[in-house]
Write a protein that binds this ligand. Structure first.
Ligand SMILES: Nc1ncnc2c1ncn2[C@@H]1O[C@H](COP(=O)(O)OP(=O)(O)OP(=O)(O)O)[C@@H](O)[C@H]1O
Length: 897
């Protein structure tokens, strides 16, 4: 029997370790949850479980190596210069990566080289261009939970320096998280259950110790960061949870070795009252940023014509935070309108915006000292382009654009200093190739002359020695021997006496001479000095640019806004959008509205059918939209929300005219079965989310309900749908404008009972037993659904279609007769919803012997209509018991029971 191995204890393991592995384990112990990339010579190595993970993700070879006297450990490594390739892969795979460098020159090290972690890269914290998406922010968020369902949140993008905070209900925080989609969220250890309950498990998270969220020390931390005496100016002084969260973010950045945050100069409050509330579900359902299906198109895809990375990032933020302030929206619309008319300006701005590059991220790198010379050259170009943008705005007859011009700070001194000091095409790393221009530093210029002159001298020497010895030879250089003369073996015996042999190769010998040695020293000395001077001058230049960072950040923001507005103008021209009229009332009136995304996706030659829509809170608050499958109900709902959203971010809209009474919240819910692919198919989720709507609406909200209730049995569904619509109609908090798309034509009954509910249907025509979709929204309800026609169009086998028709007929007959037909599905357990205007709610009709309860919603039967009318006509208050009994008897007779 094999001997059972006793596991080694930690000290035993340590005892057996080599010094290098001891050092490795001690550093690893500080970052147990990160993959440690351990620099050893020209390689980054990973060991043990890290190696297993890394080799899996990176596809690099996993080997074993002796770990000391006894054990062996898994090992996987890659050359140091491949860090740019492999690090992003690890981070994108959701790993935290600690980069451990050699902190001293191995040649100078006594004993083992000193090493330490220089950076911890996580999905939410990186400056790496290979990880960052230029058109999206990389937000790191922090959440602090408080009492009574409140929480604070902070968002930071260290690659740009943007920093936001907010405090409010957990729902509000959930909405913000869904809006900004942070790549990583930190929260307090112990809050795991609360976090999961509030936000699900859709985010990459990391837990920090409780003290990291301490209010007092975090307040101090923020004051120190912004160098101010109070947080009042940022609007967060009275938001303790927001302060806790914001401080925790800063702490986390320090913890991950991102201690230099000088480009983070302030924090902005995301004020719940300033922006339209769009919840998580609506963001997804309206496909604002990502399409629901793999080959779909999002709203952003259609309206993003920005030309700079800053503009692209800002546009995403605008889409997630539409405005509620009429003046601010009008200001944007005004600018878009002017840009739309001024073709020459539009073209000129487009050319410049395409040249600005990512000024925002480059200046962040200046602040943290990570900028490379080529980025500085790009910055200078960007600054030059922004100066021209400023001038174009300043010369515009449009007041809004002239106001834009005033926002630009003069950064020409910074630009000139880069242009003067850096070569147009510098090396990537200062000290490893020419970076500093000629004429900047006298000594540098002299040394360069020596270096290049020295090389010329070597060429001359090569020729001279070759002629003197009468043999062909070559002078070359390598890191080990420096300069040498190489002679092929065939000429070895003709080598002069004084040459010193240095190396023997298979086919050649290498020598040095006294003269060569001298020159080598001179040249190498010059090159070392050049490298040192270049590095120093470069560092000085970067330092001198640091005070300009806030000004450039301000210019970058102005450029980003202009870029978004120009994008709106370009889209408006291309897709024929109109300027919406923004109103402070509660009327929503859209003429010839279109769905901005679907209209782009239709096959060529198939026009999108525009539709009018009117909603207000006094006459037409709720519209029940019926129509067969595929008629275009969902499209209509979504286009309404998208038109409102576009208008409130300051964009023109796909319509011939639109009057938008400002909306404060947009809610959409889709019946559960539409969500099956999202893994949220349960009816419970649908109901929870619907409850959330009902609990949060105001008179200015826009509510879109798409087949709510269809996740359950038909009559349950109808009942819930009815009750929800009724609630929205009667809501004490305000008359939210509502569109309700449904297959339940029974809901059309509500129009007669509730004054602000109106029926509409999306028209279809039946020609030769085929359905033609007219896609026109017209007043009035519908009688029946066309599901079977759609099934036929979809190519269902004829047998299925025939059978479905038979079952439908059975069911309809059953309903008319009030008895179950043998063998066909029966509706014996259906119950009807409570209905009415609060008072005098009618109840379900009596059940018959067949066990079928009759709903007042199935009124195609004249007998039922008669019964209903009889009951309606009764005045219960004046009815004596005998009269009531007689009436009941009459009704019984009427129904033939
Ligand atoms: N106004 C329109 N003009 C042209 N095509 C349209 C229009 N509205 C919708 N469509 C097309 O019809 C398809 C179905 O529309 P939609 O999903 O809105 O139908 P629906 O009535 O909600 O159907 P279901 O009840 O099955 O969910 C859309 O994907 C689109 O291609």
């Amino acid at each position: 029997m094999a001997k059972k191995e006793t596991p080694q204890t930690e000290p035993e393991k340590k005892y057996a370790l080599t010094p290098l592995m001891k050092q490795y384990y001690s550093i690893k112990a500080q970052h147990p949850d990160a993959i440690l990339l351990f620099r050893a010579g020209d390689f980054y190595e990973t060991f043990g479980p890290d190696a297993v993970t890394a080799s899996g993700i990176l596809g690099i070879t996993l080997t074993k190596r002796a770990n000391g006297s006894a054990a062996s450990v898994e090992l996987a490594g890659f050359p140091y210069h491949a860090l740019d390739v492999y690090l992003p892969k690890l981070v994108r795979a959701g790993q935290r990566v600690a980069v451990c460098e050699q902190l001293e020159d191995p040649k100078q090290a006594k004993g083992i080289v000193k090493r330490g972690v220089t950076e911890l890269v996580t999905p939410g914290i990186t400056f790496d261009d290979n990880i960052l998406d230029h058109r999206e922010n990389t937000w790191l968020a922090s959440v602090a939970f408080g009492p009574k369902g409140r929480a604070g949140v902070a968002f930071i993008d260290i690659s740009t320096g943007e920093f936001y905070a907010a405090e409010g209900s957990v729902e509000y925080i959930d909405k913000l998280l869904a809006n900004l989609m942070p790549k990583e969220i930190v929260f307090k250890k112990g809050d795991e259950a609360e976090f999961r309950h509030a936000f699900g498990d859709r985010y990459y998270t990391y837990k920090l110790d409780e003290w990291a969220f301490n209010y007092d020390s975090n307040r101090e931390k923020l004051l120190k960061q912004f160098d101010t005496a109070s947080l009042k100016g940022f609007g967060i002084d009275l938001l303790p949870l927001a302060v806790s969260a914001a401080g925790a973010v800063i702490y986390y950045l320090e913890y991950t070795e991102h201690k230099d945050l000088s480009h983070v100069r302030g924090i902005s409050r995301l004020d719940q009252d300033k922006y339209v509330w769009i919840d998580r579900f609506s963001i997804r359902n309206l496909e604002l940023f990502h399409p629901l299906s793999e080959n779909g198109t999002s709203l952003t895809d259609v309206i993003d014509r920005t030309l700079s990375p800053m503009g692209a990032r800002l546009l995403r933020r605008w889409i997630s935070l539409p405005l509620k302030d009429k003046a601010a929206i009008d200001a944007r619309l005004e600018t878009v309108g002017h840009l739309l008319r001024d073709t020459a300006l539009r073209d000129a701005l487009a050319a410049e915006l395409g040249a600005v590059g990512d000024m925002e991220r480059i200046v962040s790198k200046i602040a943290v000292g990570r900028v490379n010379p080529r980025e500085l050259v790009q910055l200078a170009k960007g600054l030059a382009a922004s100066e021209r943008i400023r001038n174009l705005c300043a010369e515009s007859p449009n007041a809004q654009l002239r106001r834009f011009a005033e926002r630009f700070a003069d950064c020409s001194a910074a630009r000139l200093s880069i242009e003067r000091q850096i070569l147009p095409e510098p090396a990537l790393i200062p000290g490893r190739g020419p970076v500093i221009a000629a004429g900047v530093h006298e000594e540098l210029d002299q040394l360069r002359r020596i270096a290049t002159g020295g090389k010329d001298y070597l060429l001359a020497l090569q020729q001279r020695e070759s002629e003197a010895a009468g043999i062909p030879l070559k002078i070359s250089y390598n890191n080990v021997f420096g300069y040498y003369i190489e002679v092929r073996n065939a000429h070895r015996d003709k080598v002069p006496q004084g040459w010193i042999r240095k190396q023997t190769l298979v086919n050649a010998e290498r020598y040095i001479t006294e003269e060569l040695k001298e020159y080598e020293e001179k040249i190498l000395g010059a090159e070392d000095k050049i490298a040192a001077i270049e590095a120093r001058l470069y560092a000085e230049l970067v330092a001198s640019l640091q005070p300009t960072v806030p000004a450039i950040q301000g210019n970058a923001m102005a450029v980003a806004e202009l870029d978004c507005l120009l994008s709106f103008a370009r889209v408006a021209i291309e897709h024929h959008y109109c300027r919406p009229e923004i109103a402070d009332d509660d009327v929503l009136e859209i003429k010839d509205g279109r769905h901005p995304v679907i209209e782009q996706r239709l096959p060529i030659g198939e026009p999108y059918i525009p539709n009018d829509l009117y909603l207000d809170s006094t006459s037409q608050q709720i519209i029940i939209i019926t129509g067969p499958n595929m008629a275009g109900k969902s499209a209509l709902l979504r286009q309404t929300a998208l038109i409102v959203l576009l208008a409130q971010i300051g964009s023109f809209v796909p319509a011939s005219s639109a009057r938008i009474g400002l909306v404060d919240r947009i809610f959409t819910r889709v019946g559960a079965s539409d969500n099956i692919s999202q893994g949220e198919s349960t009816f419970m989720v649908e109901m929870l989310e619907s409850a959330n709507i009902l609990n949060n609406i105001s008179g200015r909200s826009l509510v879109l309900l798409d087949e709510i209730g269809r996740g359950t049995s038909t009559y349950d569904g109808i009942s819930i749908a009815w009750a929800m619509v009724e609630y929205l109609h009667e809501h004490p908090g305000g008359k939210a404008k509502t569109l309700f798309a449904t297959h339940y034509h029974e809901l059309n009954e509500m129009e007669a009972r509730f004054e602000r509910i109106k029926n509409f249907n999306v028209q279809v025509r039946e020609v030769d037993k085929r359905v033609i979709f007219l896609r026109k929204l017209v007043p009035g309800g519908t009688e029946h659904s066309f599901g079977i026609h759609v099934a036929k169009m979809a190519g269902m086998p004829p047998r299925v279609i025939d059978r479905a028709k038979a079952v439908l007929e059975d069911l309809e007959r059953q309903r008319r007769n009030g008895s179950a037909a043998g063998g066909s599905p029966d509706l014996s357990s259906v119950s009807a919803p409570a209905s009415g205007r609060g008072r005098g709610r009618s109840r379900t009709a009596a059940s018959g012997e067949g066990g079928m309860q009759l709903s007042f919603f199935q009124l195609d039967d004249p007998v039922l209509k008669e019964i209903r009318d009889q009951i309606r006509g009764l005045d219960i208050n004046s009815l004596t018991p005998i009269e009531a009994l007689n009436k009941l008897n009459e009704i019984k007779k009427l129904s033939g029971l």
